[in-house]
Design a protein around this ligand. Sequence first.
Ligand SMILES: [Fe+2]
Length: 195
Amino acid sequence: MPTKSPAKSATRGSQPMLHQKGTQIQEFGTVRQLPVGLSHDARMYSCERLNQCLADSQILYSLYKKHHWLMRGPTFYQLHLLLDKHAGEQLELIDTIAERVQTLGGVAIGDPRHVAEITVIPRPPDGVEEVPAMISRLLEAHEAILVAAHDAAKRADEMGDDGTNDLLVSDVIRTGELQAWFLAEHLVDTPLVES
Ligand SMILES: [Fe+2]
């Protein structure tokens, strides 16, 4: 049996093979066949709706961070903390949605430039808006996601995709509704001391 030269063996064993390029092994918008008991059509449909929700949720997460940083005024501290808490919850949700897409054999949308191409959430100004406008903007983003999630959950249920229905109802809708409530209470013009 031929023996390897020690120098060659050491080079192969420890040198990273850098600057590798390759072709795509799965295109965006396709699903692989995985043995999860769901039809190709159901998995394709769910992945498309989940990817839209994923893109919009990534934008919502970014809006939360933007407004967490840019917050102003007498309610700065509570809103600064609240928006960061909501951002953290959205980030968890994003991971859950993305991994559902992968579970169904799809390709989760990940690059922010791709996200920007397909999101339906309007782009905010690059500067700073007044505080009520920041909160309204977040609420409108929540509502757009919620309206789509209700419809997608119903359609996923009709196609037999119980897992996607459950994720949309239990995670996306419930989290979004709760966060919208906490935000909306900051737009109520109520006396603080005297009525
Ligand atoms: Fe922070």
